[in-house]
Ligand binder design. Structure first.
Ligand SMILES: Nc1ncnc2c1ncn2[C@@H]1O[C@H](COP(=O)(O)OP(=O)(O)OP(=O)(O)O)[C@@H](O)[C@H]1O
Length: 649
């Protein structure tokens, strides 16, 4: 069968399947409070496959909140959200939520961004021609053809406009072909013509796909609004109107007795009526909105315009109990679902349960994320570019400042200092990756919330891809410093030196990723990571010998400090087998800067082992310390993963 035939068959099959799986999304009596403040008050409604619902209202009316409840990102204290009557339906599999903020990777092009979103949502076996076709349709549909090769842009490099970014974010959702598309302010930043065209494209896809579209929207012109089938008008969390768009002016006239003035836009008129932001008296503000809500309820009952079909059905105690139980299960599963290794599979009809398929899916997602990370790190100077430059410069500085340290006892302290500094400073500089990590994390949060993949593939891809980049940074530093400083001769010691620095810096990087995942605020992550690294320096065993360290600090902090293992491994690697000449004094006695075992043997010299003894590092096992360093890194990575699992935003 030719590729075109395959695509056509897939599309026809998908269409048939979707027609067969008509969806009704229904929400009943949603009441949501935050700290006693009513955000949504008894809101109900229903929307079906192929329909577009506009959610409107003044600022703070609860538009984003109802989208959050419908996507189950927020669980309301009262009420139910059901899909075809099922309150336990997995929304992360069904719905894609396009939030107000555009969380995108700035160095990727428009086309790459949409392409990765498509690949992350599809079965690993989807033919690439099908992916290309989807991406093409989305780009053309959203009017992004001219900028398809342009980069999104970030603080370093200007990219596409704000309105184009909005469309790319919408495109990243549309291309996954969700059954329910939730859009928070999709037209913000777009002029009225572009807004309309974007909504036309969405409507077209929604019709073809049998997709439900729910969009919060500010002041669209009437022409744009008429693209929607239904309107939910909110004020102070209460329903002011819910129903077919063309019923709004009828209601305003006959229900509210405030007819739309000639040439005025009915929605502008309605939003203006229910907007009480500028009424000074609080009681009057809430009284007016309550009265509007009561008028609507009375009108809806009188004209049988119930907010949801189920309002007609006898809501017996039994049915209510059943829904309540289902909703409870849904809340529980949404909590425990956080432990799952991956997100769900969007395409292909339902969750795959077989372990093999699940593993394959996770590996495929990990591979795609690795590919995207590499593209990001190659182009994003803030990821590793800045660090590469810093490590290279620091290599030049260290190699020329501690240049050619001779093997004399008076240089031993300088040698210890440069070894300590290599671990401490290079580890400290892991904070330079925080901005790029936070950008990547935001994209992860958005994609994870939309069920594209879970924390497992993300954490794995992040860990694996950071290795070669970090290794390149470390190698350049080591090559520039090792021989210039005059560290222990021999290739084997150089390779060990490089390996130890790499393992230590990888531990520092893992710690930084863990902190940034926990505190995803740039300045705070930077401050906390720097603070922790500063503390590790104090207890590493160089600035203060372990024998002189108060036992309280020694027993717990020294032994979990990656810097102490890195430092001990470096000095063990460097000092073992070296001999340092001491000074013969005027009286013929020998002076060494450290206690020497060689003087008693008639040599005016200091053995490297004497220095190790002095620092309590002579008896260490190199391989054991390497294993501990690896275990500390592993612990950071596991914590990183667990934080991502439990901290959803
Ligand atoms: N986490 C929160 N804590 C306290 N109040 C909140 C919280 N989230 C939302 N609110 C309040 O809930 C109300 C509804 O907020 P929401 O963001 O849903 O409004 P909106 O209609 O989307 O507003 P806008 O059009 O300005 O985006 C607002 O008064 C807001 O201040």
């Amino acid at each position: 069968m030719s590729m075109h035939n395959t695509e056509a068959t897939l599309d026809v099959e998908a269409q048939r399947q979707r027609e067969a799986e008509r969806l009704d999304l229904e929400w009943e009596n949603i009441t949501f409070n935050i700290r006693g403040k009513v955000i949504l008050d008894n809101v109900s409604g229903k929307v079906s496959s192929g329909e577009m619902l506009a959610v409107m209202g003044p600022s703070g009316a609860g538009k984003s909140s109802i989208l959050d409840v419908l996507s189950r990102r927020t669980i309301a204290q009262q009420g139910f959200v059901t899909v075809n009557g099922d309150a336990t339906a997995d929304m992360s599999n069904l719905a894609f939520y396009v939030e107000q903020d555009d969380a995108l990777l700035g160095v990727l092009s428009v086309e790459e961004t949409i392409n990765f979103a498509a690949r992350l949502s599809l079965n690993p076996s989807t033919p690439s021609a099908v992916i290309r076709q989807r991406v093409e349709e989305t780009i053309v549909g959203l009017g992004l053809t001219d900028v398809r090769k342009n980069r999104i842009g970030n603080v370093v490099q200007r990219g596409i406009s704000g309105g184009q970014k909005r469309r790319v974010t919408i495109g990243s959702g549309l291309v996954t072909k969700p059954r329910i598309l939730l859009l928070d302010e999709p037209t913000s930043g777009l002029d009225s013509r572009t807004s309309r065209e974007v909504l036309v494209a969405i409507k077209d896809i929604a019709r073809k796909q049998g997709m439900i579209v729910i969009a919060s929207i500010h002041q669209p012109n009437w022409e744009t609004l008429s693209l929607f089938d239904k309107l939910l008008l909110l004020a102070q969390g209460k329903t002011m109107f819910f129903g077919a768009i063309d019923q709004l002016d009828v209601y305003l006239d006959r229900g509210l007795h405030c007819p739309v003035p000639r040439h005025a836009n009915p929605t502008d008129h309605a939003v203006e009526l229910v907007n009480t932001d500028f009424v000074l008296d609080a009681a009057e503000r809430s009284g007016r909105v309550t009265q509007f809500a009561e008028t609507w309820n009375a009108y809806a009952s009188e004209h049988h315009l119930h907010t949801s079909d189920s309002a007609n059905i006898d809501d017996s105690d039994e049915k209510h109990k059943l829904k309540k139980e289902k909703a409870r299960v849904s809340v529980l599963s949404s909590v425990t679902g956080g432990l799952s290794f991956s997100g769900g599979e969007r395409e292909g009809g339902g969750m795959m349960t077989a372990m093999g398929k699940r593993l394959r899916m996770n590996l495929s997602r990990t591979a795609i994320l690795m590919q995207r990370n590499m593209l990001n790190y190659n182009r994003n100077l803030l990821a590793y570019g800045v660090r590469f430059g810093m490590y290279l410069s620091m290599g030049v500085f260290c190699g020329t400042i501690w240049v050619n340290l001779g093997q004399t006892s008076d240089k031993v302290n300088d040698r210890l200092a440069v070894l300590f500094y290599s671990i401490a400073f290079l580890g400290f500089m892991s904070v330079a990756g925080v901005p790029a990590f936070l950008e990547e994390r935001q994209v992860f949060v958005r994609e994870r919330m939309n069920g594209l993949y879970g924390p497992g593939p993300y954490a794995l891809a992040n860990t694996l891809v950071s290795v070669p980049y970090l290794f390149a940074c470390v190698v350049v530093f080591c090559v520039l410093t090792y021989w210039s400083i005059g560290l222990h001769p021999g290739a084997a010691r150089f390779f060990k030196f490089t390996a130890v620095i790499f393992l230590s810096i990888f531990a520092a990087e893992s710690q930084c990723a863990m902190v940034s995942a926990l505190i995803p605020i740039f300045v705070a992550a930077l401050a906390v990571t720097s603070f922790i690294n500063g503390f590790w320096m104090c207890v590493a065993g160089f600035l203060l010998r372990t024998v002189d360290m108060p036992r309280f600090w020694y027993y717990w902090s020294h032994w979990i400090d990656f810097e102490s293992y890195g430092f001990y491994l470096l000095i063990f690697n460097d000092f073992r087998g070296l001999t340092f000449g001491c000074q013969t004094q005027a009286d013929g006695s020998c002076f060494c800067d450290f206690p020497s075992s060689l003087i008693a043997q008639g040599q005016c010299a200091l053995a490297g082992e004497d220095v190790l003894n002095y620092l309590g590092a002579n008896g260490i096992s190199f391989s054991l310390y390497v294993v501990i360093l690896l275990l500390i890194t592993l612990a950071y990575r596991v914590l990183f993963y667990l934080i991502l699992v439990f901290k959803k935003r």
